[in-house]
Design a protein around this ligand. Structure first.
Ligand SMILES: [Zn+2]
Length: 545
């Protein structure tokens, strides 16, 4: 049996100091860094107390110093250095949180010498792996970047970004906004361009703070002189198609000052500022191809190989579809009542609706052959099936196959619409594990309902609320819209003063025809020109002083 004799902890033992713990917790609650440091100083000067605090106590202190109100405790950085030195001396192992707190407190905005404070913080983060075996996180780098932003040191900020990349840490919106601001202030047009694209790849829409940074750049004299007067329009268009419709990435186009407006998108999907058609951004062509290959590889593993290969070959010969139809999903929609069954009438209604939209063009229905034999017993069903077959609108998948692979592959491969209410969340789609699947689905999936026997198709959104770079070099940057109502979303419309683009007659992105604007869909025209009826909200170039 162990004895329970109460003993004072031995000097240097690992036991934490319970009085100090209570005080630290209390100080943390009150945000009182000064009292916490006083308690620390008492504890470490007490000959009867353990010389070493528990690692979590050091971290608690450092975190408090990093977050406390600096006006009430101006010597936080010096105190943090003292705590950290004690921690190392006592042999307590620092964690990533330790170094991050120390970097934060060192690089705080009130540092006496912002440039050297930023350097010191960067040194702490940059050497944490080598000195302590710790991997820096995004939160470790953020205060360092912010410090170089305040110090106005662009080259050091770029070095931080390079270090992040080498550590496998990706900047997020606040860091990219900082890098944009730093490069913008430094007048480094190439870097600003690079960060605009990194921002576009990282977020869909931006915060007000980021929007102001973007406006700051485009309102600057440096932005006005960045760019070129001439470019190869065909090359720019091709690049946009390859990139999925949202950007060309060929550098600043045009010359002269920019006009920055805050506008809304019109009901016609045009920017209210410059009348440019907003793009529906898709995954790029290379990603689409990789995606199709990945689906095919998985299908070939799981399906009877000869069957799926045969389908691939057949699809190569029959590429001209605008839409793929998940036949079973539609025929079984809301059929879970007593007399419910496999409703070809519903399928026919969807096909009719699609043909109405696409000038009579037939979609491709994927249907399992186990359904067909049974359906052919009924004469009206037989008539429908024969009509679809005669028009090349039906592919029946063989016995033992999972038709999900067939419709998914066809829609990706042909880069066209996919009509299904399937959310595509089951195991098949998990296997894809792809970062671009949600975006692809958002852009290609058509949902449906029925109203009095007529199919009502819910088309993909007509444009994407994402940062976009147009073929004339203008930019459109959507701001966050918490209401979820796209009609009230504010966009930054940014173009060279005096340039104006005529909208395309039939805008397409990555080969996919865009949705018909809501006020026009009844006439079956894919897209038509609209009178300008949108209006600018501010309509003014942002003044900067
Ligand atoms: Zn615009």
């Amino acid at each position: 049996m162990a004895t329970t004799t109460r003993r004072r902890p031995r000097r240097g033992s690992k036991g934490s100091n319970p009085d100090l713990s209570r005080t630290l917790t209390d100080c943390t609650r009150r945000g009182d860094a000064a009292a916490a440091i006083a308690a620390f100083d008492d504890a470490v000067s007490d000959p009867d107390a353990p010389a070493r605090l528990a690692a979590h106590q050091y971290n608690q202190l450092l975190h408090l110093l990093a977050t406390a109100d600096r006006s009430s405790f101006p010597s936080a950085a010096a105190a943090a250095r003292r705590v950290f030195a004690h921690m190392l001396q006592a042999g307590a192992p620092p964690s990533e949180a330790t170094i991050t707190s120390l970097a934060r407190v060192t690089a705080a905005p009130d540092a006496d010498n912002p440039a050297s404070a930023a350097d010191e913080a960067f040194e702490l983060v940059a050497t944490m792996r080598e000195k302590h075996g710790l991997a820096p996180r995004l939160r470790s780098y953020s205060p360092v970047l912010a410090a170089f932003r305040r110090a106005g040191d662009a080259s050091k900020a770029y070095a931080v970004e390079a270090h992040m990349a080498a550590s496998g840490v990706s900047p997020e919106e606040p860091e990219l906004a900082a890098l944009l601001d730093i490069s913008s202030t430094a007048g480094d047009a190439d870097k600003v361009y690079e960060y605009m694209h990194k921002l576009r790849q990282t977020v869909d829409c931006v915060t007000e703070e980021t929007a102001q940074v973007v406006e700051g750049w485009f309102s600057s004299d440096n932005a006005g002189v960045a760019g070129k007067a001439e470019w190869d329009a065909a090359q720019v268009k091709d690049a946009i198609v390859l990139n999925g419709g949202g950007c060309h990435r060929l550098g600043w186009l045009g010359t002269g000052p920019w006009t920055v407006q805050r506008v809304r998108a019109g009901a016609d999907c045009q920017c209210a500022g410059c009348k440019c058609q907003l793009a529906c951004v898709d995954i790029d062509m290379e990603e689409t191809q990789r995606f199709a290959d990945a689906v095919a590889a998985l299908a070939l593993e799981r399906e009877t190989k000869a069957n799926f290969s045969q389908f691939q070959e057949w699809l190569e010969e029959n590429k001209e579809y605008e839409a793929i139809v998940d036949g079973a999903n539609i025929a079984l929609y809301q059929q879970n009542f007593a007399e419910g069954g496999f409703s070809l009438t519903q399928l026919d209604a969807v096909i009719t609706e699609l043909r109405g939209r696409y000038h009579g063009k037939w979609p491709l229905v994927i249907l399992h052959n186990k359904r067909i034999a049974k359906l052919m017993e009924n004469s009206s069903n037989r008539h429908l099936i024969e009509t679809w077959r005669a028009n090349g609108a039906l592919y029946t998948t063989p016995s033992g196959s999972n038709d999900d692979w067939y419709w998914l592959y066809a829609a990706i491969k042909l880069n066209c619409l996919l009509v299904t209410n399937d959310e595509m969340r089951d195991h098949i789609f998990e296997l894809l594990g792809s970062s671009f699947f949600p975006k692809w689905k958002h852009r290609h999936r058509v949902k449906y309902t029925f109203n009095k026997g007529k199919a009502v198709l819910v088309m993909p959104p007509p444009y994407s609320s994402e940062i976009q770079e147009s073929e004339v070099g203008s930019w459109h940057v959507p701001l966050e819209e918490k209401s979820g109502d796209e009609r009230v979303r504010i966009w930054l419309c940014i173009g060279r003063t005096g340039t104006c683009k005529e909208p395309d007659e039939v805008p397409t992105t990555n080969g996919v025809v865009q949705e018909v604007p809501p006020n026009e869909e009844s006439n079956g025209v894919q897209q038509s020109l609209q009178e300008d009826k949108a209006e600018s909200i501010t309509g003014k170039r942002k003044d900067r002083d």
